[in-house]
Write a protein of this length. Structure first.
Length: 460
């Protein structure tokens, strides 16, 4: 059988596995299966590519495989759930960096044979360069190596515009004369610089959308790299990842009632000081014992998780509390906001890790009509996604963003370490509402204390 035909046949199988893998990743129920299918598709693709190449000595490739696999296993086992967002950002950057290296090597060794190759090479190094450095900045913001607040300076938009124009002008010159290696390096360098200045003005609360956009970019650069080296599978897979990433970004922006351009260029998070009367009120604290008495008589409870849940690693304690509430004839649901946490699906993954039933997880649009009838809403670490200011305060940066209407529940418990603001840097007026009570302390310890109260009451 012809080796090229066999390689393309395996590529088709890999593409199908990737397509189904992405499909299954869309649901927590089938996500694990989707991950396995995608990994299998990648393994087949790598084997087929190496088998169809003219490589004689595989020692360096084998070394690279061993090093890469070792690092992957190490990161997978050592990375905590709180580190998932920054790890994802870093992986996007690594994927884009790999594409840039392939483009560079192809340009140095093969040159460019026609106009299509030159244009796709140009697009690849531009998108790849900004994705590498943009992902690095996103990693820094998410891991708090650099401030999560927008980094702004005078003339920033003009500076970014000048870089874009320079990339376009140099790109046109490169397309007209693709032998200019200096232009290639200049475009790559400017793209890397633009990636930095594209992400630094974006506030921390927008990082879930930024990660999704960078995911899309990494797919697009893989697709353009496929055109550069004439690899069909890379084109197909890159297009799949790019399309899925942009669709997810649009869905998340819709959930925030904003556009992608507003997220990327609006410097969201440049907070305006609130002037309403909520600042003059005092938040009311409640003890664990008193909170237990209210929960013991509750017939419906909605848990609203946020990044604080991941920080406290309280998901297993929350599951145990939920089970005790259900034994007490209470209906328990978990409300998931599309941008809760610091990456798409962060809370879904966190709760799934604790084996909380998928049937109990409800999206924002499904839970909001029910909130009026809920006895107790328990907010664990969520801040901006339950802030009522988004409905009426036009001076707030989150004005117009759909939220989970936790304030409409009969009683609201907020589990927080302090009155500190969330990732968007905005004070939450819900904390001062008459039906809201604060339970200060580590969320995991607080939930465990509530669990202990339930168990003690059952023993008596």
């Amino acid at each position: 059988m012809n080796s090229v035909f066999l390689m393309n046949f395996v590529y088709i199988i890999s593409s199908v596995l990737f397509a189904f893998g992405l499909k299954f990743l869309g649901s927590p129920v089938s996500a694990r299966k989707g991950n396995i299918l995608s990994a299998l598709g990648m393994l087949l693709a790598v084997i087929a590519t190496l088998a169809g190449s003219h490589i004689i000595n595989f020692q360096w490739i084998l070394l690279g495989v061993l090093v890469g696999a070792g690092l992957g296993i190490l990161v997978a086992f050592r990375a905590a759930m709180t580190q998932m967002p920054q790890m994802i950002a870093l992986l996007h950057g690594c994927g884009a960096l790999a594409s840039v290296f392939v483009d560079w090597t192809a340009y140095q060794t093969q040159g460019t044979s026609d106009l299509t190759d030159v244009i796709t090479l140009y697009l690849s190094i531009v998108i790849g360069g900004l994705t590498v450095t943009g992902s690095a900045i996103a990693w820094g913001k998410l891991s708090e190596k650099i401030t999560g607040k927008p980094i702004l300076f005078t003339g920033q938009k003009w500076f970014n515009t000048a870089i874009i124009l320079a990339i376009l002008i140099l790109g046109l010159m490169f397309i007209l004369d693709p032998t200019r290696h200096d232009l290639f390096l200049a475009i790559l360098g400017l793209s890397c610089i633009f990636g930095i200045f594209m992400v630094i003005p974006i506030g921390g609360a927008d990082m879930p959308v930024v990660i999704s956009v960078l995911n899309s970019y990494s797919g697009v650069v893989a697709c353009t790299t496929g055109f550069v080296i004439h690899n069909t599978l890379l084109i197909v897979v890159g297009a799949l990842v790019g399309a899925n990433g942009i669709i997810l970004s649009i869905i998340m922006c819709k959930a925030m009632n904003r556009s992608i351009t507003n997220v990327l260029f609006g410097a969201f998070g440049n907070v305006v000081k609130k002037k309403d009367t909520a600042e003059k009120k005092e938040a009311k604290a409640i003890s664990v014992e008193d909170a237990f008495l209210i929960l013991e008589n509750a017939k419906s409870v909605v848990v609203i998780p946020g990044y604080g849940l991941a920080v406290a690693q309280a998901q297993h304690a929350v599951r145990e509390l939920g089970e005790l509430l259900e034994k007490n004839s209470c209906d328990v649901k978990y409300a998931i906001h599309p941008v809760a946490g610091r990456m798409p699906g962060h809370m879904n993954v966190l709760l799934a890790e604790a084996n909380i039933s998928y049937d109990q997880l409800m999206e924002m649009d499904a839970i909001n009509p029910l909130m009026d009838s809920v006895d107790v809403a328990i907010i664990i670490g969520a801040n901006d996604v339950v802030n009522p200011a988004s409905r009426h305060d036009k001076s707030s940066p989150i004005y117009g963003m759909p939220i989970i209407n936790a304030d409409k529940a009969k009683t609201v418990f907020v589990l927080k370490r302090s009155m500190a603001t969330g990732f968007a840097g905005i004070e939450n007026e819900l904390f001062y509402y008459d039906n809201c009570r604060m339970i200060f302390g580590d969320a995991k310890q607080t939930v465990q204390a509530l669990v202990a109260e339930f168990k003690s009451s059952q023993q008596h």
